[in-house]
Design a protein around this ligand. Structure first.
Ligand code: XIL
Length: 429
């Protein structure tokens, strides 16, 4: 329904129009002017205050973005090619898989063909957001296949989509202990890469990506998830960071200096999870970025992933976190938000599956609304710049498999079929 039809088919206004012929010409003119201005005002109000486009409701405060899964931008032929490759890789994996003695028999899931035609996520991505980021396609593992082998097809596809829809694009991510290619940490003779070799490879990667995308990327996650959950200092080799293990603790500063050269006009982000949830981790990140600023390292923004849930953390903690980093003169962006239905304690103890009934959906709507109000306040204070949701429809959310594989979750603004949930309605009212 267009904004015009919303007002013209409003029953009350139609009834008022029937009185017009009884008026004198002067009154008739005045009455018409009044109606005219009422309608124009109504249309403006609808467009400016109550837009059904999410990003428009926040455009004076922050951009609203979404992580885009590469699959939603592929045509049927591309999806089929991907499916055939996945099948081939699964067959190879099964052939080479050697179960350890005593290991239970593992049943490998069969890859399923992707649905034909566009998924609802694609249209929603184009309409509802003014910022995009690749959910997986700009990670090092998707791009850097060998010392001289780069595959930019997924990143290029998203950039073309963003340009077509007048959207800004972020880059996620340059350095991360996950989803990095295995070869980069190896010397080719069965040993570990030396510090010099790994540095050279990382530098080459950052500069190659920058060369190609520097004019198109508004902000870059330079280092992702580098704070340990155990002791809130830099994650080390024992905590799965081969970057730290081989390069030592100054890899973070170095990555930022190279990123500044490679992306001179983009904002440079240090991104992590649970900063708003766990006080110790929040302080750990504070110490790290304070030190970086003192050393002249060009970090300008802290990214809060905000994979939060229906209960935790309270809005006051989110507010305090944003203001804490703001007090260092840094900007804050929200990079990967969703509101899970589950309050899992940890991987080993996930909550049981629940029903997503009306009571839950309304509670989730209220929680999104309160948090977005806090975002508005922090944007007014000049600290918060962007808010990015980690996906569009519940069907495509990574939370359906994390931390409990196959449990299903309901954390986003649109249901599996692309229909707006109460949370979407609250944010656009
Ligand atoms: C997730 C993606 O959503 C999944 O599709 C993928 O299988 C694993 O990674 N923190 C991050 C993101 O920085 O890159 C992660 O994305 C979610 C947690």
């Amino acid at each position: 329904m267009s904004p015009f039809s919303h007002h013209i088919y409003n029953g009350k206004k139609m009834a008022l129009f029937t009185k017009i012929p009884e008026k004198s010409f002067k009154n008739f003119k005045n009455t018409y002017s009044l109606y005219f201005f009422t309608i124009i005002f109504g249309v403006l109000r609808y467009n400016l205050v109550m837009s059904k486009f999410l990003y428009e409701n926040y455009k004076d405060y922050f951009r609203v973005g979404a992580a885009i899964s590469g699959i939603i931008l592929m045509n049927d032929a591309e999806k089929d090619e991907l499916f055939q490759n996945m099948k081939k890789r699964m067959e190879e994996f099964k052939k080479n898989f050697k179960p350890q003695p005593g290991m239970p028999v593992f049943k490998f899931p069969e890859p399923q063909p992707f649905p034909k035609g566009d998924m609802p996520d694609k249209k929603l991505a184009a309409e509802q957001f003014n910022l995009v980021v690749a959910e997986n396609e700009c990670k090092m593992g998707s791009i850097y296949h060998g010392p001289d082998q780069f595959d930019f097809s997924g990143a290029d596809r998203l950039l073309a989509f963003a340009k077509q829809n007048n959207q800004a694009m972020r880059w996620h991510t340059l350095v991360w202990h996950n989803q990095s290619p295995r070869w980069i940490f190896e010397d080719g003779n069965g040993g570990k890469a030396s510090k010099e070799l790994l540095e050279e490879r990382l530098k080459k990667y950052i500069f190659t990506v920058g060369e190609r995308y520097k004019d198109d990327i508004c902000s870059v996650d330079v280092v992702n998830e580098c704070i340990s959950d155990k002791n809130f200092v830099l994650r080390d080799g024992a905590d799965r960071s081969q970057w730290f293990d081989i390069l030592g603790p100054d890899y973070v500063d170095k990555a930022f200096f190279w990123a500044k050269e490679a992306f001179p006009n983009s904002s440079l982000v240090i991104n992590d999870y649970n900063l708003e949830m766990i006080e110790g981790k929040r302080q750990g990140m504070y110490k790290l970025v304070k030190g970086m600023k003192e050393r002249g390292v060009p970090v300008d923004t802290v990214g809060l992933q905000m994979h939060i849930n229906i209960q935790n953390p309270p809005v006051s903690e989110i507010e305090q976190t944003i203001e804490l980093y703001g007090s260092l003169g840094l900007n804050v962006i929200v990079t990967e938000m969703e509101v899970s239905a589950y309050v899992d304690k940890d991987f080993e103890h996930p909550d049981p599956r629940r029903e997503y009934d009306k009571a839950f959906l309304d509670e989730q709507a209220e929680r999104y609304a309160q948090i977005f109000e806090c975002f508005r306040k922090e944007a007014r204070a000049g600290i918060l710049k962007d808010v990015v949701l980690w996906g569009i429809t519940d069907r495509m959310s990574w939370k359906n498999n994390f931390p409990a594989p196959g449990r299903g979750d309901c954390p986003l603004l649109f249901d599996g079929d692309g229909n707006p949930k109460p949370a979407f309605d609250r944010l656009t009212k």
